[in-house]
Design a protein around this ligand. Structure first.
Ligand SMILES: *C/C=C(C)/C=C/C=C(C)/C=C/C1=C(C)CCCC1(C)C
Length: 261
């Protein structure tokens, strides 16, 4: 079993089942688990009510992704799609299950920072879910026309999400403290750049034109996923922006919360 340059480029068949991309899926699993436990350790003992909300949401994101990556590593959540041309594609659909839950949670973090109302949160998350589901339909489609049409549908939904973040949410965030504004702007820039890479990778990768092979594509999705989840959480949870506006206990909080630190 020599490691020729091509094998190095595409990954390494760790499980011996003919899937060299398991190297990247295995590394992705480890990094997501490390991120999850790092955030848990960081959040241990945090008492601020608002901060705890951000911790709960942000810990769930790499937690869910750990499960999806581990499943894909073991070959669960992957299916063969036979195209009209006769070619057969390996589609890791577990990604879409991961993204269907994790992208709304990431957007929820931003919506909480901006303090927008429930209708705005619902709209943002609804359009985001539409983006993921239409992407999945595209990945499972059999003809190039169908695949590119669903990609376009999903990409339009994505542009709505981005537009909403950069307009409504951004102006809502502008009403809040300096700390919140700067964290919101950093995270939104991170999302704008990283999330834009997903539709591009999909269309040049095996789901689209096939310019990029499955090994390189799996590696690139892994780097994007880890940065968009663990990197995002790292920036958010280190910021003082997640602390409640007043440290004073609410009237209903009970006697134990009234002792000032
Ligand atoms: C942690 C995972 C994240 C942040 C995933 C984000 C995924 C996207 C922004 C995916 C977008 C897609 C399109 C806009 C069109 C093609 C299909 C998708 C699902 C790759």
């Amino acid at each position: 079993m020599g490691m020729d340059p091509i094998a190095l480029q595409a990954g390494f068949d760790l499980l011996g089942d003919g899937r060299p991309e398991t190297l990247w899926l295995g590394i992705g699993t480890l990094l997501m688990i490390i991120g999850t436990f790092y955030f848990i350790a960081q959040g241990w003992g945090v008492t601020d009510k608002e901060a705890r909300e951000y911790y709960a949401i942000t810990i769930l994101v790499p937690g869910i992704a750990s499960a999806a990556y581990l499943a894909m590593f073991f070959g669960i959540g992957v299916t063969e799609v036979e195209l009209a041309s006769g070619a057969v594609l390996d589609i890791y659909y577990a990604r879409y299950a991961d993204w269907l839950f994790t992208t709304p949670l990431l957007l929820l973090d931003l919506a909480l920072l901006a303090k927008v109302d429930r209708v705005s949160i619902g709209t943002l998350i609804g359009v985001d879910a539409l983006m993921i589901v239409t992407g999945l339909i595209g990945a499972l489609s059999k003809t190039p026309l169908a695949r590119y049409t669903w990609w376009l549908f999903s990409t339009i939904a994505f542009l709505f999400v981005l537009y909403y973040l950069l307009t409504s949410l951004r102006s809502a965030a502008a009403q809040r403290s300096e700390e919140v504004q700067s964290t919101f702007n950093t995270l939104t820039a991170l999302v704008a750049v990283l999330w834009t890479a997903y539709p591009i990778l999909w269309i040049v990768g095996t789901e689209g034109a096939g310019v990029v092979g499955l090994g390189v594509e799996t590696l690139a999705f892994m780097v994007l996923d880890v940065t968009a989840k663990v990197g995002f959480g790292f920036v958010l949870l280190r910021s003082r922006a997640i602390l409640g506006e007043t440290e004073a206990p609410e009237p209903s909080a009970g006697a134990d919360a009234s002792a000032a630190d």
